[in-house]
Design a protein. Structure first.
Length: 163
């Protein structure tokens, strides 16, 4: 299995885990079920933050010689990303948003009737989708070469000495 396939499969698998635990938490809505849903959502959010920062670091390194935009990186827009990858990854991101919305609206109040529910933590999960989109694009995207490269350290020093 190629590394780019691994990212896609991880996104699909982790989204499935979110769907199952969020649905379980919304359907059963016991304290234990809510904990399962909330902890799963928080773990997926934490993974998403880590992967997002990792993808950003890779993209910054590549951006020295390649033209990379934020929309290409996190929404997989443009020619740099193959259509099947864009479709799968963005549909997975949309599923994460839909799952969070549906499960939160299914139980808008806590078990004792107070407003708000632990299921709202699911709205943090799409960070996973953005992070994995970014990781795929930063690692495997086919971006255009920069037409004008940034100045080297030597050029900056020379300009500073003459300025």
């Amino acid at each position: 299995m190629a590394a780019d396939d691994l990212i896609i499969r991880a996104n699909l698998a982790l989204t499935a885990v979110f769907a199952v635990t969020a649905a379980y938490a919304a359907a059963v809505f016991s304290t234990a079920a809510q904990w399962v849903g909330a902890v799963t959502a928080m773990v997926l959010f934490a993974i998403g933050v880590f992967v997002f920062l990792w993808s950003y670091w890779i993209a910054v390194q590549r951006s020295r010689t390649e033209e990379i935009s934020v929309t290409q990186l996190y929404l997989l827009m443009g020619d740099a990303i193959p259509s099947p990858v864009r479709r799968t990854m963005n549909l997975t991101l949309l599923m994460q948003i839909a799952i969070a919305t549906i499960t939160t609206l299914a139980r808008p109040n806590g078990p004792e009737g107070s407003p708000g529910s632990s299921l709202a933590v699911g709205f943090l999960v799409p960070m996973l989708g953005f992070g994995l989109n970014g990781l795929w694009a930063a690692s495997h995207g086919n971006f255009a070469t920069r037409t004008k490269l940034p100045p080297s350290t030597t050029e900056i020093r020379q300009n500073a000495d003459h300025g």
